[in-house]
Design a protein around this ligand. Structure first.
Ligand SMILES: NC(=O)c1ccc[n+]([C@@H]2O[C@H](COP(=O)([O-])OP(=O)(O)OC[C@H]3O[C@@H](n4cnc5c(N)ncnc54)[C@H](O)[C@@H]3O)[C@@H](O)[C@H]2O)c1
Length: 490
């Protein structure tokens, strides 16, 4: 089939390249001319495992091309995907401006019957608005041919996007038009061979399915983070609790990892947008609001722990930060917890030496050459001259660090682990203090060991006898150095 995809972002590029891989003739359009030029040369503008190769295959086989001209994208086409961004508006609702603009462009240039597929995540009712925009545009030009608007939300995960698209667990299609159902079956046939993954439903249900899926996943994360916060207050270990509840097949082990909050371009904005949809209909979505608020709070947790540990004296301190992207296997820093952490540290007068395997350019693009930020080429280099280490993303390369190097190099051997990568007893036995999320057994390095460690570290944490001074938590006698209190419980 002849396919065009509007938007060469994470979703548009993956959609275009994967469809082209199966033999469909695909043109991918973006308004960003530099991006289009780059893509024509086979250079992928984002880090997404396997994507550059699929793009290269499409270019080599002449099934994939890139353009900045809407006329080109609308010429001789059967299916046009809209895969542009739907960012949060000021009130939290999804801004569908880019989607409707794309619909207007299609209406202004389309010359034959086609199916318009809305792949962007859009609030319920948007596909109807797209259909109206297209009909108005065609009417204004005095042309008449059938254009069916179909909802086809995307469920790919950044970091595994190519595989997710190639082997989807479901393909949701919102349309009740029989011809469109047939065409969508043809389009997706190469991805639907093993068993039927296609689910057809009305447009509005399809639109809502996407929001419901992301809200459910976000809820799981905020739930486990809430339990992690309670675990800290009662001196229980969230890792044990996580495994204990995950063993129940009704709960399962997926998506119940505690940490420093969810980020990315989808969950935060989609939860807010769904909340806005409900409020717009005079319904107060209490659960969605709680999910969002818990997450906003959770993103502050690491910095609160750092504040507690250093008794609020952060001015002039230097923090090594491992992991900038909102999750591993992507360079995406949209709404990443690392940003909340860095910005809070800067406000406190501290500086950051950061390392990420893929997101350094993204970080540079966001913050430029700002004071207080050094981007280092290796995780070891980030440690040099740092007071302490903060981990924000669970990249595989961080899972087994050289603890001896950390002890020797950090001025105050302590890890603030926003992803619970390590067993606290292992880290403390190595001579580092360890502060995770909801862990019991976190806290001080094993007595004695810490004394041998870190010749250049800040000795202010040692008492007169040479032993480590327990860090004081103003609110808890049993769990050292953690945040808690009534505001958390509220
Ligand atoms: N990123 C994800 O993991 C993911 C997953 C599922 C769904 N989604 C949804 O898919 C949509 C796209 O997300 P994304 O992450 O790919 O966005 P993105 O910001 O990475 O890409 C959007 C692209 O669209 C281009 N664009 C905007 N208006 C255009 C126009 N009129 N013509 C041509 N190009 C135009 C932009 O230049 C940009 O390159 C959003 O609604 C998002 O919520 C994203």
């Amino acid at each position: 089939m002849r396919v065009s995809v509007i938007g060469c972002g994470y979703v548009g590029l993956v959609t275009a390249a994967c469809l082209a891989q199966t033999g469909h003739q695909v043109k991918c359009l973006d308004i960003d001319v530099d991006r289009v030029e780059q893509l024509r040369r086979g250079v992928c503008p984002i880090f997404e495992p396997g994507l550059e190769e699929v793009i290269a295959n499409g270019l080599r086989d002449h099934t994939l091309s890139f353009t900045a001209e809407i006329e080109e994208a609308c010429r001789e086409v059967d299916v046009i995907f809209i895969a542009v961004g739907t960012p949060s508006g000021e009130d939290g609702s999804a801004d569908t401006g880019y989607v409707l603009a794309a619909a207007g462009q299609i209406a202004a240039h389309l010359d034959q019957a086609a199916i318009v597929v809305v792949k962007s995540t859009v609030p319920v009712g948007t596909c109807d608005a797209v259909a109206r925009r297209v009909a108005e545009g065609l009417g204004g030009r005095g042309v008449r041919f059938a254009v069916t608007v179909v909802s086809n939300p995307e469920f790919l995960k950044e970091g595994a996007a190519v595989n997710d698209f190639m082997k989807p667990d479901r393909i949701i299609v919102g349309t009740e038009d029989r011809q469109a159902i047939q065409r969508m079956r043809e389009l997706y046939a190469p991805f639907n061979r093993n068993h039927d993954r296609m689910m057809f439903m009305d447009v509005r249900s399809a639109e809502l399915t996407k929001y419901a899926a992301n809200a459910m996943l976000a809820t799981k994360i905020s739930f486990i983070n809430e339990i992690a916060n309670i675990a800290e207050l009662v001196n229980a270990d969230i890792e044990k609790v996580r495994q204990g509840i995950g063993a129940d097949p009704r709960i399962g082990h997926h998506f119940i990892y505690p940490g420093c909050g969810f980020g990315g371009s989808c969950f935060p904005k989609d939860v807010r947008a769904l909340e806005a949809t409900a409020l717009d209909r005079n319904y107060r979505p209490r659960l969605l609001r709680a999910v969002r608020e818990i997450n906003d709070r959770q993103k502050q947790r690491l910095v609160e722990k750092v504040h507690d540990y250093f008794d609020g004296e952060l001015r002039g301190r230097v923090f090594a930060l491992w992991g900038l992207s909102f999750k591993p296997q992507t360079d995406d820093m949209r709404a990443a917890p690392s940003r909340v952490v860095m910005e809070a540290l800067w406000r406190s007068g501290a500086s950051v030496r950061a390392y990420d395997p893929q997101a350094m350019e993204a970080c540079q693009a966001i913050y430029g050459d700002r004071e207080g930020l050094s981007l280092l080429g290796t995780k070891e280099a980030a440690i040099k001259g740092a007071d302490a280490l903060i981990i924000c993303t669970e990249w595989k390369g961080f899972w087994a660090p050289d603890f001896d190097y950390l002890v020797e190099t950090l001025k105050t051997p302590v890890i603030f682990d926003g992803r619970n990568l390590f067993d606290p007893s292992l880290v403390t036995a190595k001579g580092l203090d360890y502060i995770g999320i909801g862990r019991s057994g976190q806290g001080q390095a094993t007595p004695g060991l810490r004394l041998q460690a870190g010749s250049n570290r800040n000795d202010s944490l040692l008492d007169k006898t040479g032993g480590p001074v327990p860090f004081q938590n103003s609110r808890s006698a049993t769990v050292p150095g953690i945040w808690g209190g009534p505001d958390q419980a509220a």
